[in-house]
Design a protein around this ligand. Sequence first.
Ligand code: FAS
Ligand code: PHB
Length: 389
Amino acid sequence: MRTQVAIIGSGPSGLLLGQLLTNAGIDNIIIDRASKDHILSRVRAGVLEEGMVGLLDRTGAGERMHREGLPHEGVSLAFDGRTKRIDLFGLTGKRVMVYGQTEVTRDLMDKREASGALSIFEAGDVVLHDFDGDQPHITYKKNGTTHRIDCALIAGCDGYHGVSRRSVPKAAIQTFEKVYPFGWLGILTDVPPISHELIYANHPRGFALCSMRSSTRSRYYIQCSLDECIDEWSDDRFYDELRRRLPAEQAEPLVCGPSFEKSIAPLRSFVAEPMRFGSLFLVGDAAHIVPPTGAKGLNLAASDVHYLFEGLQEFFGEKSRSGIDAYSERALKRVWKAERFSWSMTMMLHRFPDTDAFSRKVQEAELDYLVQSRAASTALAENYVGLPY
Ligand code: FAS
Ligand code: PHB
C-alpha cells in the first residue's frame, strides 16, 4: 500500500487530522492496534475549547456536538465551605463546550467511514521505518501477515504509550516529566448533574470535580491515592466522599445514581521535545500529557492538529516545507502554556501528602486572591477557555 500521510492512532488526534487531510484531498491511512469498539469504549475528556469546536466543524463532523453538546459560560471553584463562579464568557467573551471525547471520537469515525478513507484496526506490531531517511514506511501484522505502507510522512497520533515516540533514538529527544502523588477516581452515572456548570473543589480531604456529559449524565471525580483498589470503592462510598468534599449547599442536590463506569487515572505532566523527527511528526498525547485539572489534554491535541494540518497543506499543495519545518516550535509554544496552566490548577486544587503548613496557607491565599481579583480570574478564564492558536 502507498499513501501520502500514514497516521498511527485512531484517537481524536489521528481522526481529526485524517478528516482534515481527506477533505483537502490529501491521501491518508489511519492504523490502530485496538479495535474500533475498544476505542469507542474509552471515557476521557469532557470539555472542548472553541478551537476544538471549530476544528470539528471544519471536518464536517460537528453537527451532533452542536445538537447535543452543552455550551458553558462559567465554572465554579469550591473551597473553605464557599463556592465562587468564574464568569468565563463575561471575562473572555468565549465559552467552552461540554461534549464527551467518546462522542467526538464516534462522530469522527462515522465521518471517516462516510468519506471512504481507509482505517486499519487491530493492527499488531506496528513498526516505523526510515522516517529519518528517504523511504519512510510502516509495517504491521494482521491476520498472520506482515503488511507495509509506504508514505511521504508519518503522523504519530498513538498516545502516551504508543510506538511513535519510542521509535525516536534517545539521543534525539528530550523529555520533561512530573508525576503527581495521587490519581483521579472517576465515575459515570445516568442521573442529572449536581449543577448546570462544572464545580472544582479544594477540600482538606482532597480534590473533587463535578462534571457532566449531558443534562442526564453526570461525571464525578475525587482525588485518591495511587494505591487505591477500585474494587474497594462502592458507589455509596464514592458518593459519601464526594459529598464530604463539597460545600453543603452544593452537596444537597446530589443524586446518587448507579455508576456504569468507574476508573482511576494517574496524573502526570509530560512533554517530549522536539515534536518532529524527519518524516515523523508527534501529535497529541504521543508528545505531551497534562493533568486533567485544566481540561487541556484533548484540546492540546486539537491545536497540534491545526498546526500540522496547515504545514501539510503547504507541503503537498505548494511544495513548501516551511509549515512542517515550523510545526514543532509552533506547537510547543502552546503546549508549554497549557502545561503551566494545568500544573498550576493541579497545585492550587489538590491536597499533597507532604504539604507543609506554609504551603497550605499559600494555597488558601491563592484561592482567596483568585476569587477577589478580576485580573486573576481573567487570567484563569482565558487559559480555561483556551489560548489562541
Ligand atoms: P489517544 O491516547 O486518545 O489515542 C491514541 C490511539 O493510538 C489509541 O486509539 C491507541 O489504541 C492507538 N495506539 C497506541 N499505541 C499504538 C501502536 N503501537 N500502534 C497503533 N496504534 C496505537 N483530557 C482532558 O482534557 N480531560 C480529561 O478529563 C481527560 N481524562 C483522561 C483520562 C485518561 C485515563 C487518559 C488516558 C487521558 C485523559 N485525558 C483527558 C487526555 C485525553 O483526553 C487525551 O488528551 C486524548 O485522548 C488525546 O488524544 P490522542 O492524542 O488521539 O491519543
Ligand atoms: C470531564 O468531564 O471528564 C472533565 C471535565 C473537566 C476537567 C477534567 C475532566 O478538567
